[in-house]
Design a binder for this molecule. Structure first.
Ligand code: UTP
Length: 289
């Protein structure tokens, strides 16, 4: 039985240590890529995949995320008074329909698996998407939409993957496959941050998932894993004993905005892709080299 994927869980409650001190007062996912917070791109990607409801897992001090997705009468009023209609439309572009977003507090950042588990009562008994919102995907067809389509074909659980740059597999969750034929392959295992040389493939889990609700039962009693955190990867590995998992090597490129250089790369890449900025951006970058 293939049920529609209506909900997306966006865990944003991590500390964002690699982008401190900026992430101290601005949650990591509100840091900018060009002129929009990272989260703005992720919400847009989710909408393109038919997501109707967003479940943010937030931490203490991240109220700015809720505020971003609400009206700002002062800013909107000022723009309106000045006749800046284009900027006003841009400011309003990310606003949800009433009831489209829920915010859940993860009271301590115990790990991604724990963050996802916090969404269980809001999600209920339905398949759902998980989007790691510090991963930005540039793709002709939005990455999550590709996952939803793959899910429509094979059902079960879907994990988006991408070849890791050489020598960087130890930084990510890596999948093991039952042979490689085309872009959608059955998974046989996965491991979080394998020491170099022990990785079962070069494909890293890039931050988009379609999961079945049975994952919540597993996460409920999931022990701490790598880094002393309750890992989603461990929970998925346990669920894989009972359910199918497929890895989708989606068509596109991932920009990991979770660290300094990744955030810088994303800013450069996205500026160069913007028709209104590309020429000036290229000139500005070249002048620095
Ligand atoms: P990361 O491991 O990249 O977390 O988690 P981080 O916060 O950027 O880095 P550290 O832990 O401070 O070094 C991947 C995603 O999962 C969320 C993070 O916010 C990030 O979007 N997350 C992680 C949570 O929501 N809760 C957690 O307990 C852990």
């Amino acid at each position: 039985l293939i049920r529609r994927v209506r909900n997306a869980v966006l865990p944003v409650a991590g500390l964002g240590t690699p982008v401190m001190p900026g992430a101290q007062t601005t949650p990591k996912t509100l840091l900018h890529v060009v002129d929009r917070p990272i989260l703005s791109y992720v919400v847009e990607e989710a909408r393109a995949a038919g997501i109707e409801h967003f479940v943010f897992i937030v931490g203490r001090g991240q109220g700015a995320i809720e505020d971003y997705f609400d009206h700002n009468p002062e800013v909107e009023g000022a723009l309106e008074a000045k006749g800046k209609t284009e900027i006003l439309a841009d400011v309003r572009r990310d606003l949800p329909r009433p009831g489209e977003m829920s915010f859940i507090r993860q009271m301590a950042p115990l790990g991604l698996g724990h963050a996802v588990w916090c969404a269980r009562d809001v999600i209920g008994d339905e398949p759902f998407a998980v989007m790691l919102p510090d991963m930005l995907m540039v793709a002709e067809r939005p990455a999550l939409a590709q996952c939803v389509e793959a899910y429509g074909e094979v059902g079960g659980n879907i994990v988006a993957v991408e070849p890791a740059p050489k020598g960087e597999t130890h930084k990510y969750g890596i999948v093991a496959l039952d042979g490689q034929d085309g872009r959608l392959n059955r998974m046989t295992g996965m491991v979080e941050k394998p020491p170099l040389g022990t990785e079962p493939s070069n494909l890293f889990i890039s931050g988009r998932y379609i999961l079945q609700p049975e994952i919540f039962h597993i996460l409920e009693t999931q022990e701490r894993g790598a880094g002393g955190e309750i890992q989603l990867t461990d929970g998925m590995a346990a669920l894989m004993k009972r359910q199918d998992f497929h890895a989708l090597e989606y068509e596109g490129t991932t920009y990991d905005c979770g660290d300094k250089i990744g955030l810088l790369r994303a800013n450069v890449a996205f500026a160069l892709r913007r028709p209104d900025l590309a020429d000036e951006a290229r000139a500005a970058i070249q002048a620095l080299l």
